[in-house]
Ligand binder design. Structure first.
Ligand SMILES: Nc1ncnc2c1ncn2[C@@H]1O[C@H](COP(=O)(O)OP(=O)(O)OP(=O)(O)O)[C@@H](O)[C@H]1O
Ligand SMILES: [Mg+2]
Length: 249
């Protein structure tokens, strides 16, 4: 679904990614984990074609986003991708209904009637219909995440990328977000990529886990394989220990 092949990325003299290769398989959810500052968000931006690698290439649904020359070509490839950013980034001056309708109003040529039908269907599927005419500030943080999810799903992306879906949320709302990911995936069947440093919590929504450290994927496998790995850095990260190969900045 997404192939990351031998990707290198530096900013000036700072090497962030040094030969990263990763296969995101269709129909599954892959977690990309690693300590803060390791380059997880950079990898996400490379997949979306917001940043360009220094070398290597990235294929999204078989199409090479690294070699896409124009914004138009990139946008065509990006149409398979949906993203849910940490803050959910809703428009405060728009109602929940308008927030969810926004991508279709802006980017599709669908009729008003068809847009209305799809928005109502989506709001209903995520139990948001009672809040359709509320504004973001009038609903809880967990509900806002739901709206962000609805807005990402409305264009029916094949792959949904989550960047730290629950950083900054209290544990209960954090759990709601994981439940929301599982529930939405069952209903809408997307391939998921979840970027997180929340171990082991993120494992509950992950079929595969790739751990990024020192510019490379040091381990890739099922959550069970990661938990039983004898790799020192993995165990340090998993158990939240200060001492070990991972240096805390
Ligand atoms: N546009 C940029 N220009 C220069 N440096 C950048 C840029 N984007 C990211 N970096 C640097 O790349 C490194 C990796 O950043 P990144 O945001 O990917 O970390 P992360 O793994 O997502 O961390 P966190 O878990 O805290 O979100 C950081 O040192 C950051 O300062
Ligand atoms: Mg990040």
């Amino acid at each position: 679904m997404i192939s990351v092949r031998n990707v290198h990325k530096s900013f000036g003299s700072q090497v962030v990614l040094e030969d990263v290769s990763l296969e995101i398989e269709p129909g599954r959810t892959t977690a990309i984990v690693g300590p803060s500052g390791v380059g997880k968000s950079v990898l996400l931006k490379l997949i979306m074609g917001i940043l360009a690698p220094d070398s290597g290439e990235i294929l999204v649904c078989g199409e090479n986003i690294t070699q896409a020359r124009s914004e138009q070509q990139k946008n065509a490839i990006r149409s398979s991708l949906g993203v849910l950013f940490q803050s959910a980034a809703l428009f405060d001056s728009l109602t929940i209904y308008e927030n969810v309708a926004f991508p279709l109003v802006e980017k599709s040529k669908l009729s008003r009637r068809e847009i209305h039908r799809r928005v109502v269907e989506m709001l209903e599927s995520l139990s948001l219909l009672p809040h359709a005419f509320n504004y973001p500030e009038e609903i809880s943080m967990g509900m806002r995440k739901r709206v962000g999810m609805a807005r990402s799903l409305i264009t029916k992306p094949k792959v949904l990328l989550f960047d730290e879906p629950n950083t900054g949320l209290d544990p209960l709302v954090g759990q709601e977000v994981y439940d929301l990911i599982s529930e939405s995936r069952q209903k809408w069947g997307f391939t998921g990529v979840v970027i997180s440093h929340e171990l082991p919590e993120v494992f509950q929504v992950s079929d595969r886990v790739a751990m990024l450290l020192n510019g490379r994927i040091i381990l890739e496998g099922t959550p069970d394989e990661i938990c039983s790995s004898s790799n020192e850095a993995v165990q340090q990260f998993l158990n939240g220990k200060v001492d070990g190969p991972i240096k805390i900045h």
